[in-house]
Design a binder for this molecule. Structure first.
Ligand code: FES
Length: 390
């Protein structure tokens, strides 16, 4: 029996002394305190130290297929417009007019210019101010000084990533050896055949941690993923896996995309040693990518406050697979199954959230099978608190 005591968010929330127990070796370490999943102040700090410092995925580049294609999205309270330029480069801008701040574009679509509805100022697809109706340039006003605020954007393996930090590393440096590790999948040549959205009533970290947790699979996915025997898992080793990602590789035979006995996509042209399971890198800050033997998938987590987040899952396959006669029918099987599996994970994350919101919730512990969650939490701590220790 453990004595019950209330555990409220401390005033000195960011004092490293509150987190020394998380930094112990994993077998005696504690999980992040519950307030890390419920606190507004903690969440605000995460926005500044994680989401505005690291690369964030916003889905597949097919969201902007042609020059002039655009979509708008708010990320960490910043309204964004992502647009493909005439030069086919994908760019991201703050969706706020440089005249008097209006949102310029809504939704998604295609345009020749980014145009503000308030006084009709027009910006090129590259963000330069090109039109100011009834108002000329003068010694006081140069269009060149009023271009849109640009956010860094890169496409990696067909996926759009943005970064608010102008001094951040380029994606290839940021990802270290990951680009080479996943090169055999040729994901950049694949087509995106589905993008699906799922709201989750939990802190974004509960869902993210679950990605690296092999311990829950026999229980949460008892009647789904667990039907496929997993022979072993390789876990991330920072001396081997170099870059801003956290990986595990799960070994099983065949595809887990649909239940046994149901139709599958053809296997990819991969070396034999990559056809024995699925490679799962979590790319900091928000992308959970699965490199399977028959497809690549990416789920991006969009944080929406301490107690809510939103998932978007993109499914990518080779063009030749997408052109098969029975492709759509098979795809429906894959999507139906992945919805069931995801719902199982969502329910688990929402249950954790409800538990963490109790005044009596206290830090938990780790087992060898969820050791990677400890590594993940240390990564979070290093960003939010710093890694200098108390
Ligand atoms: Fe956009 Fe005036 S606020 S043109």
């Amino acid at each position: 029996m453990v004595a019950m005591r209330e555990m409220t968010e401390p005033k000195d929330l960011f004092d490293p002394r509150h987190y020394t127990r998380v930094r112990r070796p994993f077998h005696s370490a504690e999980t992040l305190p519950p307030w890390c999943y419920t606190s507004e102040r903690w969440y605000e700090r995460e926005k500044e130290t994680i989401f505005k410092k690291y690369w964030n995925c916003l889905g597949h580049e097919s969201r902007v297929p042609e020059p002039g294609s655009y979509f708008t999205q708010t990320f960490c309270d910043v309204p964004l417009i992502v647009v493909r330029g005439q030069d086919k480069v994908v760019r991201a801008f703050v969706n706020s007019c440089t005249h008097r701040g209006s949102i310029m574009m809504e939704g998604e679509g295609s345009c020749n210019h980014i145009k503000c509805p308030y006084h009709a100022w027009a910006f090129s697809l590259e963000g330069e101010l090109v039109g100011t109706p009834m108002f000329e340039e003068s010694e006081h006003f140069r269009k060149a000084d009023h271009g849109l605020a640009q956010i860094r954007a890169e496409v990696w393996n067909g996926l759009i990533f943005i970064n608010f930090d102008p001094s951040a590393q380029a994606m290839t440096d940021y990802l270290g050896d990951l680009t080479d590790r996943v090169a055999p999948w040729k994901a950049g040549e694949m087509v995106c055949v589905a993008r699906r959205e799922f709201p989750v009533k939990s802190n974004w970290k509960f869902y993210a941690e679950n990605w690296s947790d092999g311990y829950h699979v026999p229980f949460v996915h008892q009647t789904t993923l667990n039907k496929k025997r997993v022979s072993k898992r390789d876990f991330h080793d920072p001396s081997v896996h170099i870059g801003n990602y956290l990986m595990h590789y799960t070994y099983f035979s065949g595809s887990r995309g649909t239940p046994e006995g149901q139709k599958k996509f053809p296997e990819l042209d991969l070396p034999k040693e990559l056809k024995i399971g699925t490679f799962f890198p979590y790319v900091h800050a928000n992308a959970m990518v699965g490199f399977a033997i028959d497809l690549v998938s990416c789920t991006e987590i969009i944080p929406e406050g301490p107690g809510a987040c939103r998932l978007f899952t993109s499914t990518m396959v080779p063009k030749a697979t997408a052109e098969l006669p029975e492709f759509q029918e098979t795809l429906e099987l894959y999507l139906k199954y992945s919805d069931i599996v995801r719902d199982e994970d969502v329910i688990a994350a929402e249950r954790q959230q409800r538990g963490a919101e109790s005044a009596y919730a206290k830090p938990g512990c780790f087992t060898p099978q969820d050791k990677l969650v400890h590594d993940y939490d240390l990564w979070i701590l290093d960003r939010v608190i710093g890694n200098s220790g108390p």
